[in-house]
Design a protein around this ligand. Structure first.
Ligand code: TPP
Ligand code: SF4
Length: 307
């Protein structure tokens, strides 16, 4: 098999084990050269474009933190107006801070206006580039520099914002949640999104090794545990309806995910931590129930069929 060209080249300055950089590398293997990318401010912009160098081998633009989606929409409209859209894909990329919070209104406008773009949010669950501040995507009880755990707090006390549901509520044709811990799932969903005309939103769970406090060698294992515990369910919405979910066989307790990350380590030391872990387990259980994630055990052979 011919080697895939790295259109997001190595030599950039991401930390070892960065799931976000792996996301972009894998994205470009799927997308190929006929693309224009608009990138929000954030780690992936900073590590890949220190002047005068760039890791990008395709047309790429960075403007502001909040406006990757409108910049992409402008590019798409310009290509159409000048008769040059053809098969050129237009992709906007932003972290969860850029997507869930600061670029939220801008993204909503773009989704509503029906532009033919893919918006990719790499979700590392905090503002990492500026030193691990909480975002609307930070999970319950995670310790960040703006929601530090300590005597008076278990960390972030707000639930993760349900962005996929908000995006689906715009009536867009395709919304998907994936994880770079599952590259085949990621690749399949990117391919599908690019085959659909109109606005698409894909959210990909991606490790930040210093932000989550994990060993770089465990980056993928942690992402897989997020899915296997139902902390981060993977699913697709088509035209507002959930059309597929990634099922889980033998769902693991959330403890197995939490105990491997420093951002949750206080839960295992502080009085009352067990109760908090139980609350997080309930959030995962609710995810499993909502999406029907658990694979039901098969009835033993010869057993009477369920009524
Ligand atoms: C309007 C504005 N506010 C704040 C900043 C400072 N800033 C730059 S990057 C960043 C964090 C980005 O967070 P996120 O979008 O989650 O991406 P990540 O760094 O995690 O990749 C912030 C707050 C800015 N550049 N512009
Ligand atoms: S700080 Fe986090 S998101 Fe930024 S390059 Fe390092 S691992 Fe990646």
């Amino acid at each position: 098999m011919a080697a895939l060209e790295d259109l997001f080249a190595s030599g950039h300055r991401a930390c070892a084990g960065c799931g976000c950089a792996l996301t972009l590398k894998t994205l470009m293997h799927v997308v190929g050269p006929n693309v224009i990318i608009a990138n929000a401010t954030g780690c992936m912009e900073v590590i890949a474009s220190p002047y005068p160098e760039t890791a990008w081998k395709v047309p790429w633009i960075h403007s502001l933190f909040e406006n990757a989606a409108p910049v992409a929409a402008g590019i798409e409209a310009g290509l159409k107006a000048t008769g040059r859209k053809n098969d050129t894909k237009v992709i906007a990329i932003g972290g969860d801070g850029a997507t869930f919070d600061i670029g939220f209104g801008f993204l909503s406008g773009v989704m509503e206006r029906g532009h033919d773009i893919l918006y990719l949010c790499y979700d590392n669950e905090a503002y990492m580039n500026t030193g691990i501040q909480r975002s609307g995507s930070t999970p319950y009880d995670a310790s960040t520099t703006t929601t530090p755990s300590g005597k008076i707090s278990f960390g972030n006390q707000r639930p993760k914002k349900n962005m996929p549901a908000i995006m689906a509520a715009h009536g867009v044709p395709y919304v998907a949640v994936t994880s770079i811990g599952y590259p085949a799932d990621f690749t399949k969903k990117i391919r599908k999104a690019l085959s659909i005309e109109g606005p698409k939103y894909i959210q990909v769970h991606a490790t930040c090794t210093p932000g989550w406090g994990v060993d770089s060698a465990q980056s993928i294992e942690i992402l897989r545990l997020a899915v296997e515990t139902a902390m981060y369910p993977l699913f697709e919405y088509e035209n507002g309806e959930v059309t597929s979910v990634h099922k889980i066989k033998d769902r693991k307790p959330v403890r197995e995910y939490l105990e491997k990350q420093k951002r949750f380590s206080h839960l295992f030391k502080m009085p009352g931590g067990d109760k908090e872990i139980e609350k997080i387990q309930q959030l995962a259980d609710a995810n499993a129930a909502r999406f029907g994630l658990d694979v039901k055990p098969k009835a033993p052979q010869g057993a009477a069929p369920e009524k």
